[in-house]
Design a protein around this ligand. Structure first.
Ligand SMILES: *[C@@H]1O[C@H](CO)[C@@H](O)[C@H](O)[C@H]1NC(C)=O
Ligand SMILES: *[C@@H]1O[C@H](CO)[C@@H](O)[C@H](O)[C@H]1NC(C)=O
Ligand SMILES: *[C@@H]1O[C@H](CO)[C@@H](O)[C@H](O)[C@H]1NC(C)=O
Ligand SMILES: *[C@@H]1O[C@H](CO)[C@@H](O)[C@H](O)[C@H]1NC(C)=O
Ligand SMILES: *[C@@H]1O[C@H](CO)[C@@H](O)[C@H](O)[C@H]1NC(C)=O
Ligand SMILES: *[C@@H]1O[C@H](CO)[C@@H](O)[C@H](O)[C@H]1NC(C)=O
Ligand SMILES: *[C@@H]1O[C@H](CO)[C@@H](O)[C@H](O)[C@H]1NC(C)=O
Length: 475
């Protein structure tokens, strides 16, 4: 009985698939008669082959990505160090697209360059923008037209975008490049999204266009750019063209445009439950670690990232019931010690250590924030990554950092907490590559080997047990 019904289910499924394939074939045929797409006489056939083969394809890896970095010859010297943080010569593939042929020899540690085609024929009418936006919008087309083999994703980024490439591969690997995808994220500042649209994948955070979408996009792009001559940025122009095709933004919250002014601390200490894919505006904002210069601070985060890419910036909350402490870990970056019982609902909110990008105002942002209080007794005690003592992949150390907030609290509850010099966060090993394919869930943690005398607190960060919750003790 069961077997029979399964069989009939299977054949119905087969029938359905055949029907879909036939419809695709028929529609494509119809389309090709009506529209006569240039140089694409076998388009419909190729599409069907793509649909058929997508199930059996090897998983997406780093070599399937082709990066197109929006650069300029004159500023490359200034920006190259940010790009070289993530670029792996002979591993990552792609180009920096520049406006003129460089005079000096091009650094071997940088992505190779290509000089963009002249765009002076194109129309650009945004009075407050720069017409280089047209050149940057065309990078996806120029990249496509290079005809590089085995490309599944065209990844666009700025010269001050820092990609976390392994995580980017993980994220893109969830999607079928033979379907039309436009993947990225929008701005953190609502004022930006109102002007440049919520549906735009912002170029600074980087975005990815699947091969299938690129095929259609490059055909309409040039004409499209003239239609949207009034739009400010290259990323917006691309969005306008993509939306003519009818493809919406697939939002992945690990892409960060970082459209904020002030410190990113709050943002990085409360990352969404998603792999970290990119950071941006690194040149405009203060160093992410308060005691370092910008590039060294990013290198420090990168060092932690290399130990456990998928876990980087992942938050985890636990309590020390003996001392009524709440602890929030942002792995690889910071630990917050609250000498009181705080709820996950509060701890997952970003401290607003920043203002909006354009008008430097107090919000709104596309996520919830909580204010930085001037009373230090309402703020947690902060610890920052300190790698010196742990070359161990499973252990990260976080050192007490004084004076991040204005002053220190002198209340009794804080005395004990202020004696803590260091957090030691232990995991059972790096996230496996399959972690982020599963339904997202924040990891759990627990304080281990707690003794009130210690100036070191050990925290074990681990997957949650069934039915485990982060509930304040005695609530
Ligand atoms: C089609 O491709 C051929 C060679 O690949 C080229 O010569 C021709 O100009 C192309 N036609 C169009 C309309 O792009
Ligand atoms: C990536 O996958 C391709 C198969 O599509 C394989 O040939 C190649 O060796 C892989 N490269 C890496 C770096 O894993
Ligand atoms: C290259 O040299 C030419 C001639 O000296 C100069 O006009 C141009 O600005 C230089 N370009 C760069 C990118 O330095
Ligand atoms: C990259 O490959 C080229 C050619 O195989 C080689 O000459 C070059 O040294 C390599 N660069 C690095 C940084 O490995
Ligand atoms: C922790 O807080 C609870 C509830 O607020 C209180 O009853 C308990 O005495 C506190 N324990 C310590 C060790 O401070
Ligand atoms: C790393 O730390 C863990 C936990 O403390 C320990 O079990 C493991 O042996 C350490 N590995 C190395 C290579 O030191
Ligand atoms: C806790 O203490 C035990 C016994 O001293 C030790 O074996 C274990 O590694 C410690 N755990 C951590 C996470 O430091």
């Amino acid at each position: 009985m069961k077997i029979q019904s399964q069989n009939s289910l299977k054949s119905r499924k087969f029938f359905k698939i055949s029907l879909v394939l036939c419809s695709i074939a028929f529609l494509s045929l119809l389309f090709s008669f009506n529209q006569k797409p240039p140089n694409c006489t076998d388009c419909h056939r190729r599409k069907i082959i793509a649909v058929e083969s997508s199930q059996s394809q090897p998983p997406t890896n780093i070599s399937h990505l082709l990066f197109g970095i929006a650069g300029s010859t004159k500023t490359w010297k200034k920006r190259q160090s940010y790009c070289e943080l993530w670029w792996m010569p002979n591993v990552t593939r792609g180009f920096v697209w520049v406006d003129e042929k460089p005079n000096a020899t091009w650094p071997a540690t940088s992505p190779p360059y290509r000089v963009s085609a002249d765009t002076s024929e194109f129309s650009y009418t945004c009075w407050y923008g720069s017409r280089s936006a047209v050149r940057l919008a065309r990078i996806v087309k120029e990249s496509f037209e290079l005809g590089v083999e085995n490309v599944r994703w065209f990844v666009m980024g700025d010269d001050d975008t820092v990609f976390f490439v392994e995580n980017l591969v993980t994220v893109l690997g969830k999607y079928d490049h033979n379907q039309m995808y436009y993947i990225g994220s929008n701005s953190e500042s609502v004022e930006q999204d109102v002007i440049h649209l919520y549906g735009t994948a912002y170029g600074g955070g980087g975005y990815a266009i699947s091969y299938a979408l690129a095929v259609e996009l490059v055909r309409i792009l040039d004409g499209c750019l003239d239609r949207y001559a009034s739009l400010y940025g290259g990323d917006q122009k691309v969005q306008a063209c993509v939306t003519e095709i009818g493809v919406p933004l697939t939002k992945e919250s690990g892409f960060h445009q970082v459209d904020i002014r002030g410190s990113q601390y709050g943002l990085l200490a409360a990352h969404p439950v998603a792999p970290l894919v990119s950071l941006h505006h690194v040149d405009y904002l203060p160093p992410i670690f308060p005691t370092m210069i910008k590039i060294d601070a990013l290198k420090a985060l990168k060092t932690a990232y290399n130990l456990d890419p998928g876990r980087t910036l992942q938050q985890s909350f636990c309590y020390d019931p003996a001392r009524n402490w709440s602890i929030s870990v942002s792995w690889g970056y910071t630990v917050q010690l609250y000498p009181w019982l705080a709820t996950p609902k509060d701890m997952e909110k970003s401290f607003q250590t920043f203002e909006t990008w354009k008008s430097w105002s107090d919000g709104p942002f596309t996520f919830n924030t909580r204010p930085v209080q001037s009373d230090p007794c309402e703020m947690p005690i902060l610890f920052f990554l300190d790698l010196v003592e742990s070359p161990n992949r499973t252990v990260t150390n976080y050192k007490r950092q004084l004076d991040v907030w204005e002053k220190e609290c002198s209340k009794d509850e804080f005395q004990l907490g202020q004696k803590v010099e260091r957090f030691r966060v232990v995991t059972s090993g790096p996230f496996s590559s399959s972690h982020w394919i599963k339904a997202p869930r924040r990891q759990c943690c627990q304080v281990v080997n707690a003794t009130s005398m210690d100036n070191v607190v050990n925290v074990w960060m681990r997957g949650c047990n069934p039915f485990e919750t982060v509930t304040p003790p005695q609530w």
